[in-house]
Design a protein around this ligand. Structure first.
Ligand code: HAM
Length: 486
């Protein structure tokens, strides 16, 4: 049918039927304004709260973070570690495969969710697996080995929050990939020890070897046999661990389980020759440098990827040299209630099979991570004086609009000259401004008023002695350099 004829027929049909009848409620719906698009996140009138286990790091806290970042960076560079920044979000599967399906981290603590593309992703609970993924993804196997990396950044674990245990916390981590040599295990332990020593925190190294899959297999059989005879005395978690994750039976926090662990077979008695030699060499290197350590047969760590050396850094002096009862208890990792304390400042070990497990060539590796919040808690507990590093030397005060304009220019020129300066241009009273200068602890205040403007001078006030001198405005930079010894 030609197009024009078809159109006419349709028009005729409509005319015959008349206008379609629309029910009242349908009409109302059509007339009503379209519903606004639903926000993805529902707004409530409640005051927004910080999530449990999360923390704001306020300006007053930053001096501790700067101190730790500087120490971590200088130590890493001295030992030849290069910085790597890894993403906070990763595929959940990365941690299921590496940390282990039946570990607390993956079973109970991982912040995992499905993204808009339907992928299961998570907030990283740790960064060793990410470092290995990056090592494989970027072909670092082809670089001179070992590849030594360090990172500083946040990790996330849905744990029960308490002092020193948060849901978001930060780690300084070291990973050395591509070398079997036990000297690397020792070097990483020494770095951790030095990190705390240089921050004025006494620490001790708890160390063990959990062997390789070969020797661990036989040991696990022995361990399971022993624990089956002790099942009735164990906590519920440990009853499950017998079949799921027997090594973790050894480091249960429950007192009754710890008592049972004391008579359990010890892995060092089951190490193969290679693992035994490796362990002895690590200890010899530590002896050589007089690093205090405690052989701890219960130390197994909570992540599945470890092989051979495992270690933790605990606060306090070592068990053997503990000078008082508290020190010894702390060094043994027990709190006042006799429960194992949650106080490791850092931990790590060898993970010789992880690169291969995640799809790379067989590549040995060793690393550790230090908890930054726990380190800061220790610094505060010890009452260490941590100066604010960016404290200014000079404060610029001004009186009146014209002086304020000139003070703005002076601020910029002093900043360009590299001086550390402060101001409170939004305040007008001189007393207010000098109070601020006092709080900041500056050495000198520069004061510009109407009189100084007209005379081409500026007042230089020594904040400690309170003496004020009039200086030629054009000579102020030279004068400040002389006085600050710059
Ligand atoms: P990790 O023992 O799970 O090891 O964590 C290392 C350190 O992070 C702990 O010793 C502790 O100081 C801190 N930490 C852990 N969980 C929390 C928390 N919930 N709140 C505050 N601080 C915490 C690892 O993460 C491994 N990736 C270490 C490693 C690196 N192994 C080989 N290379």
């Amino acid at each position: 049918m030609p197009k024009s004829k078809k159109k006419k027929t349709i028009k005729k049909k409509i005319a015959k039927r008349g206008r379609p009848r629309i029910k009242k409620e349908v009409k109302a719906k059509v007339k009503a304004k379209p519903a606004p698009p639903q926000p993805l996140i529902k707004a409530t009138k409640k005051m927004p709260q910080l999530l449990r286990g999360f923390k704001d790091i306020l300006p007053s806290e930053q001096k501790y973070w700067n101190l730790i970042r500087e120490k971590a960076e200088s130590l890493s560079l001295t030992y030849g570690f290069e910085r790597i920044d890894l993403p906070i979000l990763e595929e959940t599967a990365l941690f299921v495969r590496s940390v282990g399906k039946e570990t607390d981290i993956v079973e109970k603590e991982i912040f995992t969710f499905t993204d808009r593309g339907g992928e299961s992703i998570c907030l990283r609970p740790e960064a060793t697996a990410s470092a290995v993924r990056a090592y494989i993804n970027h072909g670092m196997l082809n670089l001179p080995q070992p590849v030594k990396l360090y990172y500083i950044g946040p990790m996330f674990r849905y744990d029960r929050p308490q002092s020193g245990r948060y849901r978001q916390f930060n780690q300084f981590g070291l990973e050395a990939l591509g070398d079997f040599n036990p000297v690397l295990d020792a070097q990483i332990i020494i770095m951790c020890f030095n990190f705390f020593k240089e921050l004025g925190i006494e620490s001790n190294v708890q160390i063990n070897s959990i062997g390789c899959p070969g020797c661990r297999k036989e040991y696990k059989t022995q361990l399971i046999n022993y624990y089956k005879t002790q099942k009735s005395g164990l906590c519920e978690d440990c009853k499950n661990r017998i079949s799921k994750n027997p090594l973790r039976l050894l480091d249960c926090k429950e007192y009754r389980c710890q008592a049972i662990a004391e008579d359990a077979p010890q892995i060092v008695d089951w190490l193969c020759d290679d693992c035994k030699n490796h362990f002895v060499k690590v200890l010899e290197f530590l002896d050589e440098l007089e690093i205090p350590y405690n052989l701890n047969p219960y130390l197994v760590r909570g992540l599945d990827y470890y092989t051979k050396t495992v270690f933790e850094i605990w606060p306090g002096i070592g068990q053997n040299s503990a000078s008082d009862e508290n020190g010894a208890e702390q060094a043994a990792g027990k709190d006042a209630a006799g429960k194992k304390a949650q106080s490791a400042l850092g931990g790590g070990g060898r993970y010789d099979n992880l690169v291969e497990l995640l799809g790379g060539r067989p590549t040995p590796a060793v690393g550790c991570s230090i908890g930054i919040e726990r380190t800061i808690l220790k610094i505060k507990e010890l009452g260490k004086d941590v100066p604010s590093q960016e404290s200014p030397d000079i404060f610029i005060a001004q009186l009146g609009e014209a002086a304020k304009r000139k003070a703005l220019v002076l601020f910029e020129s002093l900043r360009n000259e590299g001086f550390k300066i402060a101001e409170s241009f939004s305040k007008d009273g001189l007393k207010n401004q000098l109070d601020n200068a006092n709080k900041l602890g500056v050495k000198y205040a520069l004061i510009l008023g109407q009189k100084e403007l007209s005379e081409g001078t500026i007042l230089l006030r020594d904040m400690e002695g309170g003496i004020q001198e009039t200086i030629n405005y054009n000579k102020i930079i030279k004068e400040l350099r002389k006085r600050l010894g710059l």
